[in-house]
Every structure is written in structure tokens, then in C-alpha cells.
Ligand binder design. Sequence first.
Ligand code: NAP
Ligand code: HSE
Length: 438
Amino acid sequence: MLPRMRERPVTCGLLGCGTVGGGVVRLLTRDPAKVTRRVGVPIEIRRVLVRDLGKARVPELDGRLLTTDASEVLDDPDIEMVIEVMGGAEPTLDHLMRAIDAKKGVVTANKLLLATAGKQLLERAQAAGVDLAFEGAVGGGVPIVRTLREALASDRVESITGIVNGTSNYVLTRMLDAGLSLDDAVAEAQARGYAEADPTMDVGGGDAAQKLSILAMLGFGAAADYADLHVEGIQAIAPIDHRFAERFAYRIKHLAIGRDHGDEVELRVHPCLLPQRSVLANVDGVLNAVTLTGEALGPCLVSGQGAGDLPTAVSVVSDALDVARSLVAGVAGLQTRAIAYEARPLRAMAAIETRYYIRFTVLDEPGVIAAIAGRLGDAGVSIEQLVQDGPRPEPGEPATVVMLTHRAREGAVQAALGALREATFMVEPARLLRIEEP
Ligand code: NAP
Ligand code: HSE
């Protein structure tokens, strides 16, 4: 038990009480004695902002706390901490700025805001001497923010590679294991509370890019606008790609990849082929997993439930306990002060180097393989494996040819594919997936 520095509870207001907010209410009210042991005093929920007063809420919530008037949370001098789980950019940013200016501690799970206005929010919080905690913004219940901010503070983080979108991973897993269509698998993820309000942020890779820009800020000290990152989603992955990946002993996963090259940072988000035996290839369903490599530490893996009400609420409520403890101890603002970052040049995609899976749909005629190999060879791209497979094409019908390359520069591979685009034997554009060997 902490020494009692004050008797009165830490008071908080919630902005939002949907999937994550409901989980927060349940965890905060489940074991008040435990909260008191951790903080020194209880945490009391004073007000809960929502849009619709008539909606059903978790039974643990006292309905009398609900309001649709944000000022009842933000302008109440008796509320010391604001927990933001409403999402979106506006009016949320304005709400958080008002909370910070009123010297309230802030906990948020809003990766969109952190990725777009993180600098603004952190500087404001640092100037106001308040904490801004955001573990729930990356990886749901996976403690990745704390790991980077605290556990690896003494090391130089060289790389961050992970599955950071639970919805995409769930969708890929259900498509592969149960043969579901993309739309059906997304609908399942939505029903389970994993998806964003706009699920194209999940399947299109935007959500993962927001998270990677937050991780790059914490891990590499790099301020990167997520809109500048190379981002591909999972929409274009066809069942045939899963089959070929399996044949070559790989699995397809959607990854966020960050590397600190010193002069530049490499930040990209896209589907990848991963060796079947690798840890990340076996992280399925809504699970997230991130491998961090520290110069001194070497590799370190954190993994767990990447989305959903209670897993995310674990992160949010743990942040709330930290912020409340700092308020009680009179040391508010310490964790925010420790975050430092600056603008760093981003490595261009053309300059990255990796191996590639390239699937061609071509007419089955003499000279096609030689033409493709020739273009790749001219660009300095060496083929490591090649298969032509599928039902034997009738004359004039397309054939599927898949090539795996040795390591090559992306610019060279794209140049070769660009030169092949107009070839008369190309039935559709080549499908390129990068191969990661973590
Ligand atoms: P949600 O289920 O849609 O809940 C949003 C809540 O905010 C609802 O209670 C809604 O009120 C309220 N709200 C939204 N806009 C409002 C406005 N303008 N004024 C007043 N209230 C408003 O969303 P969620 O899934 O809990 O996500 C919340 C945040 O957590 C987002 O930033 C999301 O990215 C993040 N997050 C979610 C997960 C997850 O697994 N779902 C995981 C990690 C992080 P009503 O209920 O009245 O509509
Ligand atoms: N929509 C997000 C996901 C929620 O699926 O990962 C967790 O941030």
C-alpha cells in the first residue's frame, strides 16, 4: 500500500463509452480496492460524454453520469483526469487541448490524433506539466508503448517489425483458415469490436501506419507524418497468393516495418511473405506481435490481443492508474517530459532492399519467361526460384508464373515491372509482395 498523501479520490471524466469505454468502466469498477492499492486513493468516474443518451451501456455504468455536453467534463474544475475513448480527430483534438490547458491528466487510445497531432499534444502537455498517456493507441492490450518509452529507454532501438492491426490479422487468418471472403471476415471483426469506425483504415493499412508513426516517435525519436509513409493494405491479396506462399514455405502477414539507419528512417506498411517457421508468421487472429531490436538488447518480442474492449481497456486503465498515481504524488507530467523526437528524413521506397515475390499473369507463349527474366536481369534483379503453375492453359489462355528474387533494390524491381507493363503477353499487372526474413 502506498503512503496516503491525500484522502480524496482522483476524479475522472470519460470522453466516449463505446467498445473501449465500456471496457474501461468495467475494469475501473471491478476491483476498487485494487485501484486504491495501486494509486493510494480510489478513482471516481464523475462524468461520461456520449452522443446518444438512449443507447444501452455496460451494466457497471451508473446512467446518471452520462452527458452529451462536453463542457461538463472539460470545464469541471473538480475533474482531474480525462480518459478519451471517443476516437476521431474533431472535436476530440479540441477536447484534449482544453483538458490539457485546464491541467487535467489525459489518457487516450486515439492513434489518429497521436499520429496527426501528437507533437502539438505532447508539447502542450509538456508546457502544462501534465501527463498524456497513450498505451491503448498501439497494439490494443499489448504493452508496446511502455516497453519503448521505459524498458528500452537505455538502448538504441534499431528496428521495429510487427503485426499492429488486429482487424487485418483477423481477416487474413479467417480468409486462410475458413475460406471467408474479405467482406465477410471484416464484418466478423466489426461484430467483435476490433475494427475502426471506418474499417478501411484497418484493411487499407492506415491504422497500422498511424501506429508505426507513434512507434517511430518512441523508438527512433523520429517525428513522421503517417501520411508520408508507404502504405498498402490487404485488399489485393488473392487466395492464389496464399497458395503460392504456402508452396514456398511462407505465410502472408500484414506488417509495419521500421528501421533506424542513422541518417534516415525506413517506415513502411504492407503485406509480406514471412517464413512459416518465423514467430510473426504464426501470430494469428486478433493477436498483435512486435519484434523490437535493440543495439545492446538484441531482439525482444511483445505480443497479445491487439484489439477489443477488455484487452484495450487494460492498457487504458493501466495508463489511468499511472496518471492518477502521479497526481496523488504531485509529480504530474514526468512521463510526458521524457518523450523527445525530431524530424528525420524518410528513406525512399526505391532505396529499400529486400527479396520479392512477383506473380505474373501472362499469355502462355514462347519467349515470355525469357522476356521477363531479361527485363529483371537488365535491372540487376536476380531470380532465385520460378514456377509456372495452375490448370494447364488452353492455347491463348493466361498462365500464372511466380518468381522469388534474391535481395534487390525496390527501385530496380519497379523499373523492370514498369518496362514489362505494356508487353503484349501481360494479361494483368504483376502482383508484387515483399519477403521479410525477421
Ligand atoms: P466506439 O465503440 O465507436 O465508441 C466511441 C464512443 O465515443 C461512443 O460512446 C460514442 O458515443 C462516443 N462519441 C463519439 N463521437 C462523439 C462525439 N462527437 N461526442 C460525444 N461522444 C462521442 O469506438 P471504440 O472502438 O471504443 O474506439 C474508441 C477509440 O479507441 C478510438 O480512438 C479507437 O481508434 C481506439 N481503439 C479502439 C480499439 C478497439 O479494439 N475498438 C483498440 C485500440 C484503440 P455513442 O455511444 O453515444 O455513439
Ligand atoms: N482497429 C484496430 C485494430 C484497433 O484492429 O487493430 C486496435 O488499435
